[in-house]
Design a protein around this ligand. Structure first.
Ligand code: GLN
Length: 555
C-alpha cells in the first residue's frame, strides 16, 4: 500500500462527526468505518471520542444503561465506541482518545487552583473550549487524519462546549483542514409511504445556528435514498448532492466501509483536504473478502452467554463481536443468546442449557446473578460442555470447583462474602493482611490494561495460542488466592497461565474436560474482524464438534 504520511506538513487533518435527530444511529460504527476506508486509501488514521457526561471516565457507569466499559491497552476505561474504532482500524488507541466533559473540567479546575489563570474569570469560553481543543490536538502524532466523534445529539445542552470547540478548531487549523460530517436519520412514515427529510433539515439548521455548516451529510434510513431525495436534502441543507450520503440498514456492520466507498466519501474528504490523488486504487479487498465469507456461512453452534445485563445488547458488545469474528473465520454462523444468570437454579439449569453447544460466563461486578453463573459452570463441567469463563467467569469457575470438588461449601470470592473461611478469590491486599471490612475503593485499585502472561507448555491454552507468552487486557480487582492452587491442582484443576508480573493466576483449565478454560483477562478486547482471536476460534470449534456429535447421536 502506498504509505502517504502528511504529518510532516505540520498541519493535521480533522474530521468531526456529529449526530442529529435521534441517538443510537451508530455514529461510532460510521466513524470506525470511515477510518477503515481512509486507511484503505493509504492514510494514517486514528479516531477519538468526546463524551459530554461529567463522569471522568465511564468506569463507574452501569453497562445496562451505558453499554460495556471498553479497556484500552494502556488501561483506560472508555466508552464502547473505542471498541468500534479499534475493530475497524489497524492501530490501537490510548487513554487520550477518550475525552469526557468531566476530564476537561477537572483539568481546568486543577489549573485554576494552581493559579495558572491568575486574574482571569475562568469560563466555558475560552477556557473549557481551549482545553477541549488542546486535548484534540494532543492526539494524532504520526497520523494524517484524526476522526473525532462528538457524543450526544445536536441540541443537547451538554454537548454545546464540544460543538463550540470544534467550530473554533477550523479557525485554529485552517478551513481546508477540517471536514464536518453530520449523521442524521430519515424516518419512514408508513401511512404516507415516504421517507421524511424534515428532521434532517432541522438538525442541520441547528448545527448552522451554532456556526457549523456540515460538509458531508450521512443519512441513515431503512432503505437507500433516491436521487430526488438526496437533491432535496442537499438543497435545504446547503450540502452538495454528491455529499449527501445514504447509509441504509445493513445486515452486517462490516459492510459500512464498502457502502461509504461506493459513494466516494474518501475522495470527497481527500478533495476537501486538497491532498494529492492516490496513485493506487483504494484497497478494500480484505473487507470484501470478510463480507463474502460472512455471506457464505453455514449454520453453526448455539452459544449461551451468561450475564446479568440482559436487556442491553451493548453490555456485552465486544464479547458478541469477538464471537462473530471467530464465526466468520470458521464459516459457521453462531446463534448467540444472552442468558439471565438470575433465572438459573439447580431446577432450571438443565432445561436452560440443553440446547446450547457451548457456554460463556462473562465478566461482571457485584453479587447479582453470581449463584446462577456458578450453576451454569457446574453444569458445563459435569456435562462436558465447552465452557469459556472470562474474568468473573473464571473466578467463579474456581469457586465452583472448590465448593463441589474440593468440598469446601462456603468457598467464595471476598467480593461476595467478606467473612468466608475459604476465600479462594480475594483482593491481593487481603492476602498479605486480611484486615476485613475495609471499604473497597472504586477507582484506581484495579489491574487495568495489557499485561503479559506465560502459558504452560502442553496445556490447552498453549495449544490455542500456539505461543508461550501472550499479552491481554485486564480489568479486575480480585485474584485467585495462591493458598488454594495446590489442593485445586491435586484434583484435576490446572493453572496454565500466570502473569509475568507477580505470577498471578491468569488462566485455569480442567485436564479431564474437552474444553473448559477460564481467563482472568478479557480476550474480547483484542479481537478484530480481520484479526479474530484464537480463544474464540478454539471455543467455537469445540462447540461445533459438540453440535455435530449431538446431531449424529440423534440420527
Ligand atoms: N468483579 C471481579 C473483579 O473485580 C471481576 C471483574 C470482571 O469480570 N471484569 O475482580
Amino acid at each position: 500500500m502506498n504509505n502517504l504520511v502528511f504529518h510532516d506538513s505540520l498541519t493535521m487533518h480533522y474530521i468531526f462527526i456529529t449526530g442529529g435527530v435521534v441517538s443510537s444511529l451508530g455514529k461510532g460504527i460510521i466513524s470506525g468505518s470511515l477510518g477503515a476506508l481512509l486507511e484503505a486509501s493509504g492514510f494514517k488514521v486514528t479516531c477519538m471520542k468526546l463524551d459530554p457526561y461529567i463522569n471522568v471516565d465511564p468506569g463507574t457507569m452501569s453497562p445496562q444503561e451505558h453499554g460495556e466499559v471498553y479497556v484500552t491497552e494502556d488501561g483506560a476505561e472508555t466508552d464502547l465506541d473505542l471498541g468500534h474504532y479499534e475493530r475497524f482500524l489497524k492501530n490501537n488507541l490510548r487513554k487520550e482518545h477518550s475525552i469526557t466533559s468531566g476530564q476537561v473540567y477537572a483539568d481546568v479546575i486543577e489549573r485554576e487552583r494552581r493559579g495558572d489563570y491568575l486574574g482571569a474569570t475562568v469560563q466555558v469560553i475560552p477556557h473549557i473550549t481551549d482545553q477541549i481543543q488542546n486535548k484534540i490536538e494532543a492526539v494524532g502524532e504520526n497520523t494524517d487524519i484524526v476522526l473525532v466523534e462528538v457524543g450526544g445529539t445536536v441540541g443537547d445542552i451538554e454537548s454545546l462546549p464540544f460543538l463550540e470547540a470544534i467550530r473554533q478548531m477550523r479557525m485554529r487549523v485552517g478551513h481546508k483542514n477540517v471536514v464536518y460530517i453530520h449523521l442524521t436519520l430519515l424516518p419512514y412514515i408508513k401511512t404516507a409511504g415516504e421517507m421524511k427529510t424534515k428532521p434532517t433539515q432541522h438538525s442541520v439548521k441547528e448545527m448552522r445556528s451554532i456556526g457549523i455548516q456540515p460538509d458531508i451529510l450521512i443519512c441513515r434510513a431503512e432503505r437507500d435514498l433516491m436521487e430526488q431525495e438526496r437533491e432535496k436534502i442537499g438543497l435545504f441543507t446547503n450540502v452538495p448532492t454528491r455529499a449527501v450520503i445514504s447509509v441504509a440498514d445493513v445486515d452486517s456492520i462490516y459492510k459500512i466501509p464498502l457502502v461509504l466507498a461506493k459513494q466516494n466519501v474518501d475522495k470527497q474528504v481527500r478533495d476537501h483536504f486538497q491532498l494529492p490523488a492516490q496513485d493506487k486504487p483504494v484497497d478494500l479487498t480484505a473487507w470484501e473478502a470478510l463480507i463474502a465469507k460472512e455471506r457464505e456461512m453455514t449454520p453453526g453452534p448455539r452459544i449461551a452467554i451468561v450475564g446479568k445485563y440482559i436487556n442491553s445488547k451493548d453490555a456485552y458488545k465486544s464479547l458478541i463481536e469477538a464471537v462473530k469474528h471467530a464465526s466468520i473465520t470458521l464459516g459457521k454462523e453462531t446463534h448467540i443468546e444472552i442468558i439471565d444468570a438470575e433465572k438459573i437454579s439447580d431446577k432450571t439449569v438443565d432445561s436452560i442449557f440443553a440446547n446450547f453447544h457451548g457456554i460463556i460466563v462473562a465478566g461482571g461486578f457485584g453479587e447479582r446473578g453470581v449463584e446462577g453463573k456458578i450453576q451454569a459452570i457446574r453444569w458445563a463441567r459435569e456435562q462436558n460442555r465447552p465452557f469459556f469463563g472470562i474474568c468473573l467467569g473464571m473466578q467463579l469457575a474456581v469457586v465452583e470447583y472448590s465448593r463441589n470438588v474440593l468440598k469446601l461449601p462456603d468457598a467464595n470470592s471476598t467480593e461476595f462474602d467478606i467473612n468466608t473461611q475459604n476465600p479462594v478469590i480475594c483482593l491481593i491486599d487481603e492476602l498479605q493482611n486480611r484486615s476485613d471490612n475495609e471499604p473497597v475503593h472504586m477507582g484506581g485499585t484495579m489491574r487495568l490494561g495489557t499485561g503479559k502472561d506465560h502459558l504452560s507448555p502442553g496445556s490447552k491454552i498453549h495449544a490455542v495460542y500456539q505461543a508461550s507468552c501472550i499479552a491481554e487486557r485486564h480489568r479486575h480487582r480480585y485474584e485467585v488466592n495462591p493458598d488454594y492452587i495446590e489442593p485445586l491442582e491435586a484434583k484435576g484443576f490446572m493453572v496454565s497461565g500466570r502473569s509475568d508480573c507477580h505470577g498471578y493466576v491468569d488462566v485455569i483449565e480442567l485436564k479431564e474436560h474437552p474444553w473448559f478454560i477460564g481467563c482472568q483477562f478479557h480476550p474480547e478486547f483484542n479481537s478484530k474482524p480481520l484479526v479474530p482471536h484464537p480463544l474464540f476460534i478454539g471455543f467455537l470449534q469445540e462447540a461445533y464438534k459438540t453440535k455435530t456429535s449431538q446431531s449424529m447421536e440423534a440420527t
